[in-house]
Design a protein around this ligand. Sequence first.
Ligand code: CUK
Ligand code: CUA
Length: 638
Amino acid sequence: MKTKIWLSTFAVVMAAMVIGCKPKGAQSTLAGDAANKVYVPPGQHDEFYNLVSGGFNGQMSVVGLPSGRTLKILPVFSVHPENGWGYSEESKPMLNTANGFVPWDDLHHISVSTTNAEHDGRWAFANGNNTPRIARVDLTTFKTVEIIEIPNSAGNHSSPYITENTEYVVAGTRFSVPTGEDRDVSIDSYKDNFKGTISFLSVDKNSGHMDIAFQIEAPPFNFDLARAGKKKSHGWFFFSTYNTEMAHTLLEVNASQRDKDYIMAVNWKRAEEYIKEGKGKKIKAPYAHNVWDEETHMATSTIKENILSLDPTELKDILYFIPCPKSPHGTDTDPTGEYIIGSGKLAAIIPVFSFTKMLEAIENEDFEGTIGGMPVLNYESVLHGEVEKPGLGPLHTEFDGRGNAYTSMFVSSEVVKWNIETLEVLDRVPTYYSVGHLMIPGGPTGNPHGKYMVAYNKITKDRYLPTGPELAHSAQLYDISGDKMQLLLDFPTIGEPHYAEAFPASLIKDKQVKFYPMEHNNHPRALKGINDARVERDGNNVHVYMTSIRSNFRPDNIEGVRLGDEVYFHVTNLEQDWDVPHGFAIKGANTAEILIMPGETATLKWVPDRVGVFPFYCTDFCSALHQEMQGYIRVSSA
Ligand code: CUK
Ligand code: CUA
C-alpha cells in the first residue's frame, strides 16, 4: 500500500520538480515584533555565529544571528584578493592537490567540531565537492589551516560530517569512479569497475590534524549526505544513497526507477577494529595534505601515496542497507541518537527509522536481501514510522531539542515542523523560494538551541532589488521558540548557501587571536626590527626583507633589480596593536596584494617583465599617514 502512495505521487513530484513550485496555502507569518527580535543595537554583538557555505565561490561566510550581518568572507578552497590568500607564497601550498594548484572548489557543507555531541567551538570543517577535499578552519583565527584531498572520490558531497567527539570526519563520493590500478576503462563497465568509496579521516584531539585513516569500498551508488550516530548510536554513521540502479547515463530517468534506494549504515567502530587488526589493504592513491603552521605562518603541502582500504564484501559486518523511499537526500539523526530520518526528495512521506530496531534487525538477521553479500535490512522492521503528507520534496531535517523536527521541502517551498515520537505535522511556513538546507543553531548536535531556524533558499526572484541576471542568494530567519514558526528576517548570502552551522558566540568570542606576538614569529624570513631591513641577492633571486610599521616600508627605495630576476618581498608587519594590518602591492604585478597581520610575515613574489621604476604602497588604511606609506623599486635591463 505504501508503495502505491509513492508511485502515485511520484509523477506529481517529478512534474513539480521540473516546473518549480510557488508555495500556496500557508500564509507568510511575519512576527509582529520581528524588527525588535532581530535588532542588535550598534556596538552590541550578535548572539550566534553562523558559518554559511558559499557553494561555488569556494568560500565560507561568517554571519551574526539574529541580525543577519555578514562579518567576514573566509577563503577555503579559493584565492582571496582581499587578503592575498592563495597569492602569498606562504598560502599557495594550501591550494595544492595531486593535480597541481586548484584555486577553486564547490563548498557545500560545514561541520563545527563537537565533544560529547556538543559544539566545542574549536574547528569548522568544510567540503570541496569538485576536486575532492576537506578543509579545517581554526575558529580562533578564522583561517583555513588544513586541507586534505580525498583520493578515489569524485563529487565529495556527503562530507564533512563528524562523529560526536570529532574522532573522524567522513567523506562519501557522489560519483562512483574506477579505483583499480587501471583507470582507463569503458564507462559501460560501470558495475564492474566503478566503486563508491567512503573515507574516514582521523582528527587529532589536540592539534586537530587530519589524515585518511581508512576507506571503505562501497557499491557504485551515489552517496549524497551523511550523519553520525550520537549517544546511543555512537559508533555508527548513516549515508543516504541514490542511483542504486547503478546507472551511468541519463540518471534523471535511469536512476529514479526504483521505489527505494538506501540509507547505508556504517559500523565505524567495527571498521576501526579491522584496521587495528591489519585487515586494511594498502592501495596506491596519491593525495595532497596541506597544513598551515601558525608558528612559521607558512603552509606546507605533502603528496602522500597510499591509503588503507577495507573490503566490506569480505568483512561483512561493517555495512548494512536500510531501504529508504526514492532518492533520499538528507539523512539526519535526532539529538537522542535514536531516530534516523531519511528524506527522499521524490517521496511523499518522510520515513523515520529507529536505531534500536536497526540493531534488533541485525541481531535477528531480519534481512530482505543482500547487495554484494551485505545485508539489506527489512524496511518495516527498522521503521519507527512515516510522516504522512509532510509536503513535496523533503530534503533536510534539523531538531530543536524539544522533540520536534523541521524538514525543508524544496518542491512545495516550505519548512514543516513535526513531532519525532508521534510523527504528527505541527506547523508549516513558506520559504521564498525553494529552500535547500535549513539550520537550527546546534541543530545537528545532542543539544540544539531551538530559538531560531534559518532557511537557505535556492531561488530569490523578487526578494531583493534586482542586480542583473545574477541575483543575490537568500536566507530567511524564523523564530521557532513558540508553537508556530514566525518569519523574522530575510538576508542575502555571499554565494549559494548550502549547509551552515551556528553556535553561541560566547563559545569562541573571547578566544579570538588579536595579533601575533613578534617573539613567536618563527617565519624563516621574519625581521625583528626596522634595522634588519635589507635586500639580498641569491643568484637570480632577489630577497627584499622589508618591515612595515606606521607609516613606512623599509627599505622603500630599491635598486639593483634586473630583468630575469625573481623578486621576493618578505614583509614583516612589526605592529603589535589589534587591527593594524598593512597591505603591500606593486604597480602592474600580475598578482594580488598581500595583507600582513600584526606580527606576521608574508611574501609576495614578483617577476618583473619590463624595465622601469615601479611604485608600491600600503593598501589598507592604517593611519593618518597611510597615503604616505609607499616606495619605489627600479628594474634595470639584464
Ligand atoms: S546540498 Cu549539496 S546540492 Cu542539499 Cu547539501 Cu545543496
Ligand atoms: Cu599601512 Cu596603510
